[in-house]
Design a protein around this ligand. Structure first.
Ligand code: MN
Length: 197
């Protein structure tokens, strides 16, 4: 069995006007697909890769195998962090934890945006569960908080390919659009799964 490109959890034009169909055609159909093809290419040369889950590879592999496994996982997580029904303020357990950890949703939003916009070059901004709190981390390139023992709750892809078609170099406008799509139900689902305690 080889690694597969998971379908988007919504129609390819469902995130417009915030993220266009053209962006998703490239970002999911080309970039995400390329990471899957690359990993399958490595697996042909080293079949032990096929016996492992993406999470196993993220925690154990290095170099190009890590980079492609993590980028597959990160992108699937990113698609689920967005929803055509998303946006607005959080509800439920994630709202309570954000208030407890940052003081208010407004303070959290400001800090998350600053991290996403300020990240130098390619990477990711994440909301993670870290012990009893939720915190914001950014990772470079294919970096994933799973390697730091932190449980991802939401992510924003800040590689240029995530926004260049729609916003050119204006990453801040893309991050603003991200807030209109953020999937709080997914964050609550991740919190409830308690996969990392
Ligand atoms: Mn990407």
């Amino acid at each position: 069995m080889s690694f597969n490109l998971p379908p988007l959890p919504y129609a390819i034009d469902a995130l417009a006007p915030h993220i266009s169909k053209e962006t998703l055609e490239f970002h999911h159909g080309k970039h995400h697909a390329t990471y899957v093809n690359n990993l399958n290419g490595f697996a042909e040369k080293d079949p032990s890769i096929l016996g492992k889950s993406l999470e196993d590879l993220i925690l154990s592999a290095t170099g190009p195998v890590f980079n492609n496994a993590a980028q597959i996982w990160n992108h699937t997580f990113y698609w689920n962090s967005l929803s055509p029904q998303g946006g607005g303020e959080p509800t439920g357990a994630i709202a309570t934890l954000i208030d407890a950890s940052f003081g208010s949703f407004g303070a959290f939003k400001e800090q998350f945006s600053k991290t996403a916009i300020g990240h130098f070059a390619s990477g990711w901004a994440w909301l993670v569960k870290d012990g009893d709190k939720v915190t914001i981390v950014d990772t470079h390139d294919a970096g994933c908080p799973l390697t730091q023992g932190k449980q991802p709750l939401l992510t924003c892809d800040v590689w240029e390919h995530a926004y260049y078609v729609d916003y050119r170099n204006a990453r801040a406008k893309y991050v603003e659009a991200w807030w209109n799509l953020v999937n709080w139900d997914f964050a609550n689902k991740n919190l409830a799964s308690k996969s990392l305690g």
